[in-house]
Design a protein around this ligand. Structure first.
Ligand code: ZN
Length: 585
């Protein structure tokens, strides 16, 4: 019972560890790896390192380490199977269960979806016909929602009273909890989760109902909006309201418009922008972006993305880079949301979406629109603020282009808007990560092991365990040489050895000159043997073949140090070392 081993490999292969880790850590590229502040311990300079290609992470501060599965387990408190399932879902991989577990899970989900569908239908019918829904119908009409909208989006009405739905559908406490439709209250009675609310059913991308969004009528009790909590069916970070209806329109339009609430989606659709989805009370996540990217290469944000604060720009540029997606912003007139604008000025809403501009452009426009430009001092301050925004963009060409545009408008020189110019340094300067600092002390054997991890094909035939003296390094090399993949090597190695392998995996590729590193390593091994041979020779006199051997080895060491003769020397010396090692055992 469990997930087939092949499937675990498939999930690993399909998983972008950098993307997974980026949901928890702001990662920045540093050479061949990514570094950031460790999510597992408190620190001020980044020691958390990820090698996306090899799929490993390692923290030089707290020594935690692992692969994508470990990362998901530790950040989400999941067991192994649940972590693999989570990653599989993210990668769109159907897992094969080697017995009935899959079937059981499938049946359970179908039963919950079917219950959800019955609840949606029951609530919808209440809204259309029940006398107690008259106020709700009146409210909807006042907002411009006609019968067609109500039916199209399957809106519903949750009546007042404690348990009308649970009784009508004969829900068991278990199913009520798993669907989020009801719960057992303090008096030990089953109670409906939604009461006295207008309901917006939320469907997953496949079109299965998975959750409900509820809005109180004006003057009603409780918070204005209330959504289903996370349940066996509903994962906020993954579901986008409206995607089930909008998929085709998104593909046709080549873009998706992302707003915040279900009423925004309904407004946009009504205004003639059918490619709209909403995040439903949560921030747009990397998983959302990954999902949407499957449908279109452009995401238009129809909410105030800048309000997301400090990290917003970094996240957006990160998504653009990792998913090759363009993120644009629709400039909505101050303080309005799409739902409101759809009601008051649908043409303006359409235009805002059509005229959406790149994220950086949007932010600069907003800065320039409100900045005082009357004095030189004011313009200098605005230029500094603009330089900060421009400096956040990872692409130099883009930065330069914006700098020259803004320079013209501010009457300053473009250099003043680029990093490193003027008094303000917009590029974040990072302390060198601990990982880099440790490099200085690195030995030839560690460099060579690094090559064995990062470029196994290039050095596999040139390395041998006899070249490694330190037991942990020799064991690490042996683990690499005997395992099919790095993952297997790590899984089977002793903890100390596994740690060394992971540290190397997240470290930068040591040296592009693989041959030189191997040459140096062989050189070192040869010199050790030479020293031994000379000691022996002195102790026992100097038999002829021993002297000959020493002479030969000295010549080879010279050859190892010469670029033109290194290749054959590596092979010959290695052969000698391996043979000698065999004789000594
Ligand atoms: Zn750490």
């Amino acid at each position: 019972m469990g997930i087939a081993a092949d499937d675990i490999d498939r999930v690993r292969a399909a998983t972008d560890l950098v993307a997974v880790a980026s949901e928890h850590v702001a990662l920045r590229r540093s050479g061949t790896r990514w570094v950031g502040l460790c999510p597992f311990h408190t620190e001020r300079t980044p020691s958390f390192s990820v090698n996306g290609e090899l799929g490993f992470w390692y923290c030089f501060g707290c020594q935690r380490k692992g692969d994508a599965i470990t990362f998901v387990r530790e950040t989400q408190q999941l067991d192994f199977v649940a972590a693999v399932e989570w990653l599989a879902r993210r990668a769109g991989i159907e897992l094969c269960w080697d017995n009935s577990r899959e079937a059981t899970q499938h049946r359970r989900r179908s039963r919950l979806v079917e219950t959800m569908a019955r609840a949606v239908a029951w609530y919808h019918e209440r809204l259309l016909t029940a006398p107690d829904a008259a106020a709700a119908r009146g409210y909807l009409r006042s907002r411009g929602y006609d019968g067609e909208v109500v039916r199209r989006f399957q809106l519903g009405w949750a009546p007042e009273g404690w348990d009308q739905l649970c009784r009508a559908l004969s829900l068991s406490p278990g199913v009520a909890a798993d669907t989020g439709l009801g719960f057992v209250n303090a008096r030990n009675r089953l109670q409906d989760s939604f009461r006295g609310r207008l309901l917006f059913p939320i469907f997953d991308a496949r079109g299965d109902p998975v959750a409900l969004g509820g809005r109180v009528l004006p003057g009603g009790e409780g918070p204005k909006y209330k959504n289903s909590t996370a349940s066996a069916l509903y994962d906020k970070g993954e579901v986008l309201y409206g995607l089930n209806w909008a998929k085709g329109a998104i593909v046709d339009a080549g873009q998706v418009v992302v707003c915040e609430g279900y009423t925004d989606v309904i407004g946009l659709v009504g205004a003639g922008v059918p490619e709209a989805v909403a995040t439903c009370g949560t921030a747009l996540s990397e998983r959302h972006v990954a999902l949407l990217r499957r449908f279109a290469p452009r995401i238009v944000l129809a909410f105030d993305a800048d309000e997301a604060g400090q990290g917003a720009a970094e996240r957006v540029y990160g998504w653009e880079r990792r998913y090759e997606v363009d993120v644009a912003v629709a400039a909505l007139p101050g303080g309005t949301d799409p739902a409101e604008l759809a009601r008051t000025d649908p043409e303006r809403l359409r235009r805002a979406v059509a005229d959406a501009v790149p994220f950086l452009s949007f932010r600069l426009e907003r800065l320039l629109a409100t900045a005082p430009l009357a004095s030189v001092e004011a313009r200098a301050r605005t230029a500094q603020a603009a330089a900060r925004l421009i400096g956040e963009h990872p692409n130099q060409i883009v930065r330069e282009d914006y700098a020259s545009q803004v320079a013209v408008r501010l009457g300053v020189r473009p250099e003043h808007l680029l990093a490193g110019q003027g008094g303000d340094r917009p590029r974040r300067t990072l302390a060198r990560p601990a990982a880099s600092r440790s490099r200085r002390a690195e030995t030839t054997s560690l460099l060579a092991l690094g090559l064995a991890v990062h470029q196994p094909a290039a050095v596999a035939h040139l390395l041998h365990e006899v070249l490694f003296v330190k037991p942990v390094e020799r064991a690490a090399y042996r683990a690499l040489a005997s395992a099919a993949t790095l993952h297997d090597a790590v899984a089977e190695a002793e903890p100390e050895v596994a740690e060394l392998l992971l540290r190397l995996a997240v470290d930068e590729v040591a040296d592009p000159h693989a041959e030189a590193v191997v040459g140096r390593l062989v050189d070192e091994a040869a010199c050790r043997v030479l020293a031994d041979l000379e000691v022996d020779a002195q102790a026992i006199g100097q038999p002829f073949d021993e002297a000959q051997r020493i002479g030969w080895l000295k010549l080879q060491v010279e050859n190892l140090r010469d670029d033109t003769t290194r290749g054959p020397a590596v092979e010959q010396v290695l052969e000698f070392l391996v043979e000698r090692d065999g004789r000594q055992r």
